[in-house]
Design a protein around this ligand. Structure first.
Ligand code: SAM
Length: 213
């Protein structure tokens, strides 16, 4: 995601350690202490401006959410939403999703969401795709037994790659949607990218994949 540089963003993030921990490694194995209620933890990697994770947190107070984003200029927009909504079940994390095992203990997370992840179409950039084997290995490590990945994208190439990657890793594909918005799926919460691409008439692909025991 390309966004304008915001020279004030870093300072603003530092002002809200109650929403974006300044010491993320210190919370490894202790994420439940960050929330009002002890309940399942769902994370979104590449949360962008936070529309999905904020709406999910509002719709599901029985789940604790962590939105993970790499760019300060982007997460600061998600932070604005959280400051306004003051959701007790949402935290943001400004880190690289390739290092998840540094920030979450084994089995600490119940579900992973990936939404409109950067496609990195060049073969030499495969390792950067959030559904490549090294990312899957990290998700498997931090997820509980039978943990799931729920992935949505408009990008057919990335979707095909991801289905193959999940299945080569030994994951079970529970359900696949080739046109989510024309399906009977209930309770879809749109991301910023999803709204943009579906407005252009592009189909939205979705898959739920599970790590077997
Ligand atoms: N999920 C949002 C949506 O659907 O509207 C944003 C999609 S945007 C194309 C992808 C986002 O993932 C960008 O904000 C980017 O900075 C973030 N991202 C990419 N690689 C990441 C990584 N390794 N760790 C954390 N965030 C990452």
């Amino acid at each position: 995601m390309r966004v304008r540089n915001k020279p004030w963003a870093k300072e603003k993030v530092a002002e809200y350690p109650q929403y974006i921990p300044s010491d993320p490694m210190a919370w490894k194995g202790k994420w439940q202490d960050k929330f009002q209620n002890k309940q399942p933890i769902h994370i979104e990697v590449g949360t962008g401006k936070g529309q999905f994770i904020t709406e999910m947190a509002k719709a599901h107070p029985e789940i604790n959410y962590v939105g993970i984003e790499l760019q300060t200029n982007v997460i600061v927009i998600a932070l604005d939403k959280l400051i306004e909504e003051k959701l007790p079940n949402l935290q943001l994390l400004l880190v690289n999703g390739s290092m998840l095992t540094e920030y979450f203990a084994a089995g600490e997370v119940d579900q992973v969401y990936l939404n409109f992840s950067d496609p990195w179409p060049k073969k030499r950039h495969e390792k950067r795709r959030l559904t490549s084997p090294s990312f899957l290995s990290n998700y498997e490590n931090i997820l509980k037994k039978n943990g799931e990945i729920h992935f949505k994208t408009d990008n057919r190439g990335l979707f095909e790659y991801s289905l193959a990657s999940f299945s080569q890793y030994g994951m079970i594909l529970k359900q696949v949607w080739l046109d989510l918005h024309q399906s009977d799926f209930v309770g879809n919460i749109m991301t910023e990218y999803e709204a943009k691409f579906s407005a252009k008439g592009q189909p939205i692909y979705r898959v739920e994949a599970v790590f077997p025991e």
